[in-house]
Design a protein around this ligand. Sequence first.
Ligand code: AHR
Length: 613
Amino acid sequence: LHINGTEGAGRKIPDTFFGAFFEEINHAGAGGLWAELVRNRGFEEGGSSVPSNIFPWTMVGDDSTIKISTDRSSCFDRNKVALRMDVLCDGPKSCPSDGVGISNPGFWGMNIEKAHKYKVVLFAKASGAVDLQVSFVGSDNTELASNSIGSFGDNVTEWTRMETVLEAKATNHNASLQITTSKKGVLWLDQVSAMPVDTFKGHGFRKDLAQRVADLKPKFFRFPGGCYVEGGYMRNAFRWKDSVGAWEERPGHFGDVWGYWTDDGFGYFEGLQFSEDIGALPIWVFNDGLSLTDEVDTSMIGPFIQEALDGLEFAKGSAKSKWGSLRASMGHPDPFDLRIVAIGNEECAMSKYRGNYLKFYDAIKQAYPDIQIISNCDASQKPLDHPADFYDFHIYTNANDMFSKHTKFDDAPRYGPKAFVSEYAVWQSDAGNGTLLAAVAEAAFLIGLEKNSDIVHMVSYAPLFVNKNDRRWTPDAIVFDSHQSYGTPSYWIQHIFSSSSGATLLDSSLESSSDKIVASAIEYRNPSEKKKYLRIKVVNFDSDPQKFRFCMDLKVKSYGATKTVITGPNVKEENSFSEPNRIVPQHTSLQNPTSDMTLILPPYSFSSFDLLI
Ligand code: AHR
């Protein structure tokens, strides 16, 4: 690799180059990034008819001591289903010693940790002098924490909000929340929440998962989907207005594309807030009247356009505006820095897309001329027939094809909208649940994007998260369960590429007899050290080791150089909970660095050489 270090020969890579794409898929949010421990907190998951399935809640007690049912007596208008408990036993003589009631296992077990505090909030109404106890119980039935949360007098009461903070005296990763009583009467419950007190930036995000995303230093955060935004049918599409305001008033909805209910704790506001918390620009994808199956005719798209404009006002309007004031009431009086939106996701081939798109485009540009708009029609081969600031490009393919796509944008038009590669991943048999082979091929693709960053302005991997208990899509970058997580090899490749955002791509040329090598060079500053580095990145997609020489007319310091390699004994190697660090970057120091060096690249590997300049 010949590197031309001449001043001015390089080109700046956009500051927003590397980002993250969050979709509510695989329980990424509900049972993932959103730290809510209770699943189906409003008893709405079984649908709005009653009696309703209250999965995964179960009864504590038996038919002789308690009767559980649902009715539509909730005090919340948008989620009317409430749980009714008819307590038949009375006092220690007829009730079991732990009382009777209901239990919630959360999302495949709640993670309760010793000395950590958890806030439990619920809404209750009673007829009879019932008192209520809330407890966390371990999978071995040990009590981890317990408090009285409230009691009622003899009269029928109105709905009452009750709250307590529990401190755990032991750890269990597979615990449940129990709500029990030992007094005869009728009790209604709704909107039961249990959240760790300690969350990422205090905003309700699960700390370890939020940190994994933050560690990627994403410069943008695209959310909340993906097909999730579209819905399999319009009736199940993501509608932002149902996902904001007080959590207990949100109706929740069935995300039919990925096949599960979400209480919408991680809603539109939380996506904007999380973006801000990790220093990323939010990129909001909204529904444009198209689902995977049905389409709203362009002649009737007006209400959807108003919904998008209201969403922009929610994010960007003053705290005095109608929707901005709702944002302010949620704790964020200042506008969010929303500058880019996507009109739908993957609908370019649908008959109403262009018509609907143009109506959205015109209305948004008129109300918010500075907002940049993403079309989901691919313009990498031929120009778009409609205006846009970016075009969206998605690619899921096998490893060889992904590797070969490092040249994908070499011949793409240099005029018109910029490319946003918002979803890329090697998938299916080459990828398993996240292999070395997939990651190495993706690294080559990313080097190609970096080289074409005059037109490719943003890139993000997909999907970001998977709860290992509910894999709806594989592979994913971050795998987690109730209490632990790890990055797949693809995650670690992203980790390395995060330094590309805002770096300078140096002019370089590769001379090689092999078409299995891809390389580039960038110049970047490490913000924590304030030092300037040259970073050479190389992929060897060959099954044999390769000799690699780089040379340049740049002076390098004779100290402080490092080598980072991602490789493994077998291309199908993956990380796992038992071996989370099997395939991770290996850092070593690069001895006697000079501006002309020859090194060995292991088979199927990604290497990066960092030299101080
Ligand atoms: O990333 C998973 C899915 O892949 C997204 O929902 C969709 O945009 C794409 O088809």
